[in-house]
Design a protein. Structure first.
Length: 173
């Protein structure tokens, strides 16, 4: 009986210390799981390709860049335009988390504001569309490598600007 009382007394005396240890342990485990659950920064080997397209229904031929060659029919069907002209295109290596100029044409600029990879192999892309000094649009989207993201931009002339972003380990062969 005395052994039981001593044992219980010992537990009572050190219970706060054990509780603090367990609490710290679970806090560390929770923080680690939280960090793994969120996206990790992208490695320098990822390349981003950006393109500004002018979409219209003019009587000229379809003009898509090589990375978008297989997308002519879906573009016509989903965006409703029959003619696409490349205004500008550019490929960059994503090396840091700072804003990167992805593509620009005159006063039109598309900035890559963030890029992070997730455990499912997709990337979270942050984009900022600027016209002159005015921020027109800011967005985030999940994309997979090799699959282009098409974003309807502002109306321009008799058509519309289409922003295209694609990620790949290396788009150049």
């Amino acid at each position: 009986m005395k052994a039981r009382i001593r044992e219980i007394g010992w537990r009572k005396a050190s219970a706060p210390a054990l509780t603090r240890r367990y609490r710290r342990f679970y806090q560390l485990v929770f923080c680690g799981a939280l960090c793994l659950g969120f996206a990790a920064p992208v490695q320098a080997s990822v390349r981003a390709w950006g393109c500004l397209l002018y979409a219209s229904n003019a009587d000229t031929a379809l003009d898509l860049p090589p990375p978008l060659a297989h997308y002519d029919v879906p573009l016509r069907r989903f965006l409703g335009y029959s003619n696409y002209r490349v205004i500008a295109q550019r490929e960059i290596a994503v090396e840091n988390q700072a804003e990167n100029l992805l593509v620009s044409a005159g006063a039109l600029q598309v900035l890559l504001t963030s890029l992070s990879s997730s455990l499912d192999g997709k990337y979270l892309v942050g984009l900022l569309f600027v016209e002159g000094n005015k921020q027109v649009m800011e967005t985030q989207a999940k994309v997979t490598q090799g699959s282009p993201l098409f974003i309807r931009g502002p109306d321009w002339r008799d058509g519309q600007i289409i922003i295209v972003v694609m990620l790949a380990p290396s788009l150049r062969s």
